[in-house]
Design a binder for this molecule. Structure first.
Ligand code: GAL
Length: 681
């Protein structure tokens, strides 16, 4: 689709609000009126409305009812508040899913969903696409000139897969486009393995996990199919409201969606993030996980402000144990997003519903209904504070000197390949080895006070001093050449275990890993991969010491020098970290998953050697993080204590203006557990 990215409407730069479901309260006009009053008290500027309201908008097929939404829109406009109007495709009306069963998803076992639940429409159904377009056209036509309409909230958290005949045949068509003929497909897929040569397109199904190239293409297809579903939804919006920006809510590092591609089609990056409070000594790591995801969003937004579109003001209701946030933690989470470039903070949800799956999910307004609750008062205080920070919203996060690649293609190819360790574990990255490896490096850099920009394979690397490629498992010749050019231009490149194993169709590179010429660039041959039990550790010795875990490669030097070696196992003495001088730059290979201490030492040495700047020239303890936003003439700093302990920070010669108390801080600054200071530098 050809369109110009729309500027975000101006209104002080900040959006503060929540998902709001007035459709559920039509029988209680007094509650709706009270909502407006409470929103004003909480400093709310905006709300996402109508996300799951299709039946209220179209109670019978082709019979629309907008009176309730007219009233809400008018009321918002009257108060000078904005609406992110949702297209309601996230859940299907009963009349629709009963009349047209094809709109319901089919699972891997071939069983079609019953009507109900949500986020479970067929990705390919022409009827569902037609129906969503029709309701979207109605919404756009009706509200195109409405002063409350600020943005389109298109769909909700597109995700999941469908294995119905429509999707299967769409997959086959997608493959025809990609490979043109079956010989090309069979060759790319290495189909002679286990007798899987296809002689007819119709034989290709969607679930055969033994064909790893099929699995990879299936993931690509699912991503493309969701994306095309969203673009189809946008057609009537773009036609009728060319000036209203469109966004959809991403889910961080969600597996099924390559958001780098999605970022090209939306006007604003918006993300949902629900950090879970952790009561452990290293709970600060969880906060850095949020930073990691925020920085990915910032990378996608290309320097424009992005939106934290959903977070919980208190607990969620879907975790194993749904803890309340500890004092200061909520404010800190909000300011973390702002420090990473967000100018929007929206909660899920404004008010708790009386019934349904989410009746105990955190909300700004509790069942009790007043402004007296702890959470309401907390949100209102944050609303006031965010309002005071208006100068910050015109500033951006400074470009980093270090870039780190996050690549869904490598992640998909690795996860579709049998052999490399599958990690156990929960948290936002679950058992995803690829993302955990990326995070390890981001975390170590953060501990060194080094800012990181996350980039895609399409990004321009030349402005960076250091390019980090965690587990770039899938590598094309073109990408390998770009990495080579980066070092030729004087850049330092860091690759890790699991780099350069496969090509675009998940087939292994021949001639020794890392493939596509990267073995020459790194000056190594990676001969074998050792998967370690969870509790097993391999000792690391040399310039850096500590332990490797989960994955260790047995590599040989082919021109590089070893700067750290294995100190245990039968490959003791073999290199685990190598350095190779290439023209002007250097190529470092880290042949294992390392514990944090090794990575922190490694990046500290890189920082000294290549003169990388820190976000703050001060000694910050582990778990205390400083981030910046800067405009041409103003600089702001965010000092976070992510730990459960009080820390005293020596600001040395720095003197900052603390926004909250409007006074200067110098010398020693005390940070209580989860405390955050917003400072003018
Ligand atoms: C999100 C979803 C919201 C709400 C929330 C609860 O994934 O978009 O509608 O369900 O989770 O945490």
């Amino acid at each position: 689709m050809n369109y110009e990215k729309k500027p975000i409407p101006k209104q002080g730069g900040l959006f503060y609000g929540a998902d709001y479901n007035p459709d559920q309260w039509q029988h209680a006009p007094e509650i709706l009126e009270r909502d407006i009053e409470l929103m004003k008290q909480a400093g709310v500027t905006s709300a996402s409305i109508g996300i799951f309201a299709w039946t209220s908008l179209e109670p019978k097929e082709d019979h629309y009812e907008f009176a309730w939404l007219d009233a809400v829109m008018d009321r918002f406009a009257k108060e000078g508040m904005y609406v992110f109007l949702a297209t309601p495709s996230g859940s299907k009306p009963m009349w629709l899913s009963e009349k047209y069963p094809e709109v319901r998803r089919v699972n891997k076992d071939g069983i079609r969903d019953a009507s109900g639940w949500r986020h479970n429409h067929c990705l390919s159904s022409p009827i569902y696409r037609k129906k969503t377009r029709a309701i979207n056209a109605q919404l756009a036509q009706r509200y195109k000139n409405h002063p409350a309409l600020a943005l389109w909230h298109v769909g909700n958290e597109y995700s999941g897969e469908c294995h119905c005949e429509l999707c299967r045949s769409a997959f086959q068509d997608w493959l025809k486009k990609r490979y043109k003929n079956l010989d090309a497909l069979n060759s790319a897929w290495w189909s002679s393995f286990w007798n899987h040569t296809f002689t007819n397109w119709g034989q290709i199904q969607t679930t055969d996990a033994s064909i790893d190239a099929l699995q990879l293409d299936w993931l690509r297809f699912i991503n493309d199919q969701h994306l095309s579903f969203m673009l189809n939804e946008m057609v009537p919006l773009r036609e009728r409201t060319p000036d209203v920006p469109c966004m959809t809510n991403f889910m961080g590092t969600h597996e099924g969606t390559n958001y780098w591609q999605w970022a090209e089609h939306v006007d604003i990056i918006a993300n949902d993030l629900y950090p879970m409070p952790a009561d452990c000594a290293d709970s600060w790591r969880y906060s850095i996980q949020s930073d990691f995801i925020h920085s990915l969003m910032r990378g996608m937004s290309g320097g424009k402000p992005w939106m934290l579109l959903e977070c919980s003001p208190s607990s969620v209701n879907w975790g194993k144990i749904n803890k309340l946030k500890r004092p200061n933690a909520h404010r800190q989470e909000v300011l973390q997003a702002v420090a990473n470039g967000a100018n929007t903070i929206h909660y899920f949800q404004w008010r708790k519903g009386r019934g349904g799956f989410e009746k105990y999910h955190g909300a700004v307004v509790d069942h009790e209904g007043s402004n007296q609750s702890r959470v309401f008062q907390d949100c209102a205080a944050i609303g006031r504070e965010l309002n005071q920070l208006s100068a910050v919203y015109g500033a951006d996060c400074p470009q980093a000197e270090v870039a780190m690649l996050y690549d869904w293609e490598s992640r998909w190819a690795l996860n579709a390949s049998q052999g490399p360790k599958v990690l156990a574990g929960g948290g936002p990255f679950k058992g995803d080895l690829y993302t955990k490896l990326c995070f390890d490096h981001y975390e170590a850099l953060t501990c060194c006070g080094i800012n990181v920009d996350q980039v895609s394979t399409k990004s321009e690397f030349s402005a960076y001093k250091v390019l980090i490629l965690p587990a770039l498992y899938l590598v094309t010749q073109e990408m390998a050449d770009r990495i080579y050019q980066f070092t030729q231009g004087g850049g330092q490149v860091v690759a890790t275990c699991l780099t350069g194993y496969v090509d675009l169709s998940n087939c292994c590179w021949l001639g020794g890993f890392p493939g596509a010429g990267l073995a020459e660039l790194f000056g190594i041959w990676n001969e074998e991969l050792d998967n370690l039990d969870d509790e097993e550790r391999v000792k690391v010795m040399g310039q850096f010491s500590g332990f490797a875990r989960d994955i260790a490669e047995r590599i040989h030097l082919r021109g590089a020098k070893s700067i750290a070696q294995a100190g245990s196992e039968f490959y003791a003495g073999h290199p685990l970290i190598t350095e190779h001088k290439c023209e002007v730059g250097h190529a470092f290979y880290l042949a294992a998953r390392f514990e944090s201490a090794v990575l922190v030492d490694f990046y500290q040495s890189l920082a000294t050697r290549f003169d990388l700047s820190c976000t703050l020239d001060a000694d910050l303890p582990l778990g205390v993080v400083f981030r910046r936003r800067e405009s041409a003439d103003k600089k702001y700093g965010f000092l976070f204590n992510y730990t459960q302990e009080t820390h005293s920070i020596d600001l040395k010669e720095h003197s900052f203006l603390d926004f909250a108390v409007s006074s200067n801080c110098t010398g020693k600054l005390e940070l209580k557990p989860y405390e955050t200071r917003v400072l003018q530098i």
